[in-house]
Design a protein around this ligand. Structure first.
Ligand SMILES: [Zn+2]
Length: 261
């Protein structure tokens, strides 16, 4: 079946952000016409998180139905509603690798440590938004979020006055760690635009379409804004947070952070 004719992949993490194991039916196996000729598996649903929204892709492996094959997932991308699991078949004898047939039910295994780190970094990004609100900086609209382990940050439209930058950096860090210490359950729900807007204090960011049903994340009692990513179960799981830098440039404020090991 051509990839264009396949149904959109069901995103299991939309219903359960914490599942790292699952089963799914193989719908297509595509070998890209590139030099490395990497293979993409397309399934009817997936627990793997495809890179997006500032969060890196999950890695892990796919196996089954009988023993004999293991497909190592190195990268996951969402393209036109289809989640492509990129990787390679691992076999003790590469010349006679057992490969699955279309329609087989396969077992999915996400690397739990990598998922946990990515979720902690993503939750910390939303906690930062909450702290910005609490410190009277709610006029700064969250824009790009980058929740990769190397140098995570959130960019806000609008400026913190230069003479307040150092003070706000300290206050943000203090507020974030107080909220982490306090803890609180994290959840995500798909809501109507109006309901989502109510949850988020009457305003949603301008990039959310008025005819959409946004997924809204909530951290404790605080609305964490629209989000398509995965999160830890509790604010306390972020462990600790450091605001490493605040830079203002061209009408934007970039807040960089790290989280505790
Ligand atoms: Zn998010």
């Amino acid at each position: 079946m051509a990839a264009e004719a396949l149904p959109a992949t069901k995103l299991a993490y939309f219903d359960d952000m914490w599942a790292v194991e699952g089963t799914a039916v193989l719908l297509a196996q595509i070998q890209e016409k590139t030099d490395d000729g990497r293979i993409a598996l397309i399934l009817d649903s997936t627990v793997f998180y495809p890179q997006g929204g500032g969060q890196p892709a999950d890695t892990g492996f796919i196996s089954g139905p009988a023993s004999g094959f293991k497909f190592v997932v190195e990268d996951v991308r969402l393209k036109d509603g289809l989640v492509c699991h990129y990787g390679f078949f691992e076999s003790p004898h590469s010349d006679c690798a057992v490969i699955p047939k279309l329609g087989d039910e396969l077992n999915l295994h996400v690397d739990p440590q990598r998922r946990d780190l990515n979720s902690r970094l993503h939750s910390a990004g939303h906690l930062l938004d909450i702290c910005m609100h609490k410190l009277g900086l709610s006029h700064l609209e969250p824009g790009k979020g980058y929740h990769f382990p190397d140098s995570p940050f959130v960019e806000y439209k609008g400026l913190i006055p230069q003479d307040l930058v150092q003070v706000k950096q300290k206050e943000l860090e203090k507020e974030a760690n107080a909220l982490i210490l306090n803890g609180g359950k994290i959840s995500a729900s798909i809501l109507s635009y109006d309901e989502a807007s109510r949850w988020c204090g009457g305003v949603l960011p301008s990039y959310i379409a008025k005819d959409s049903s946004p997924r809204i994340v909530k951290l404790g009692d605080h609305p964490g804004g629209p989000c398509g990513g995965t999160h830890v179960k509790d604010i306390a799981n972020i462990r600790s947070m450091k605001i490493t830098q605040i830079r203002t440039k061209k009408g934007c404020t970039k807040v960089s952070y790290t989280i505790g090991a």
